[in-house]
Write a protein that binds this ligand. Structure first.
Ligand code: UDP
Length: 289
């Protein structure tokens, strides 16, 4: 297995435990440039992209390039090798949705020139390119639309709500709720996502598939849950100015497709997943468990 990353938002620490495995190789490479992999390749999984709003606002051009050129190169590699291809897409293709929950055939409400446009449009273009390679070249392609996902090995300072809230909670600080906290998200644990991705890769389903939980909570409720699980008594503060323009008000997957086509459903309850993630963050910050 070959992993490739230019590590602009990731870290090699996250794969340190794989370093000794025979057959695992890490190549430091930006997939927006031509990709060369020697030997046979069975499947190409294209996950490269900043995914936190803070990160893609810091790297807007790299984000657009990896969604466009990176997807093109990764598809080219898969085509040359006769490999299956899977694109990690996103719930952000639905933008600030006007349909709720969001089924895969909802075309979305995205502002191309808004701050999130760099990510949303890159992923929308990537999906279009994947479907074009499928239709034009008959390639075996898969598209997973990933909803909010969290778990161990998230970057502590990636700016997203899960690391922000957990970091604040374990330092006994108040949690920073952006806006009035009425905006909603559905959070899935990483292991459930991985299971969904594997099932999709091994299925024969070409259309996009949403993978996410359907337990929809407001950021206000989410702050309460994180404080409970972490045992933080410092509460929350509202209206922090850092809320990014274009922050979707709601987001919830319609998961009928994943349930019927992949026989997939999430297994890890939010409280359980948060508990595991909090343990990881405490260890990473060298705080007592
Ligand atoms: N958010 C928050 N406090 C924070 C960080 C984020 O209230 O410290 C909110 C943010 O405004 C958004 C939600 O949490 O409504 C999820 O944000 P995140 O950056 O995790 O990902 P998104 O789902 O927006 O891509």
């Amino acid at each position: 297995m070959v992993a490739m990353d230019n590590l602009i938002t990731g870290s090699q620490d996250n794969i340190a435990h794989l370093a000794g495995n025979r057959g695992f190789e890490f190549i430091y490479h930006d997939v927006s440039n031509f990709i060369h992999v020697p030997g046979p390749v069975g499947a190409v999984l294209h996950f490269a992209s900043p995914a936190s709003p803070m990160d893609y606002l810091k790297y807007p051009i790299q984000t657009l390039k990896v969604g466009a050129l990176g997807t093109h190169n990764a598809l080219g590699l898969a085509r040359t090798k006769g490999a299956r291809f899977l694109l990690a897409s996103t719930s952000e293709v639905y933008g600030d949705p006007l349909v709720h929950p969001q089924p895969e055939d909802y075309a979305g409400n995205v502002d191309p020139v808004g701050p999130r446009g760099v990510y949303d449009e890159a992923k929308r273009y990537a999906e279009a390119l994947v479907m074009a390679y499928h239709r034009q070249h008959g390639m075996e392609t898969r598209i997973v639309r990933i909803f909010n996902t969290y778990g161990p090995r998230m970057r502590l300072d990636d700016g997203r709500v899960v690391p922000n809230f957990i970091g604040q909670a374990i330092r006994s600080e108040p949690l920073t709720i952006y806006g009035d906290g009425s905006q909603t998200r559905c959070f899935q644990y990483i292991d459930d996502l991985v299971e969904g991705v594997c099932r999709l890769l091994h299925s024969d389903y070409v259309e996009p598939v949403n993978i996410g939980t359907t337990r929809e909570i407001s950021m206000r409720e989410f702050a309460r849950i994180v404080n409970n699980v972490a045992g933080n008594a410092a509460g929350a503060v509202y209206g922090d100015g850092s809320r990014i323009d274009g922050d979707p008000q709601t987001r919830k997957p319609d998961t009928v497709r994943a349930r019927t086509v992949l026989k997939w459903q999430p297994k890890i309850e939010l409280e359980e997943g948060l508990d595991r993630t909090i343990r990881y963050f405490r260890t990473a910050l060298s705080l007592p468990a």
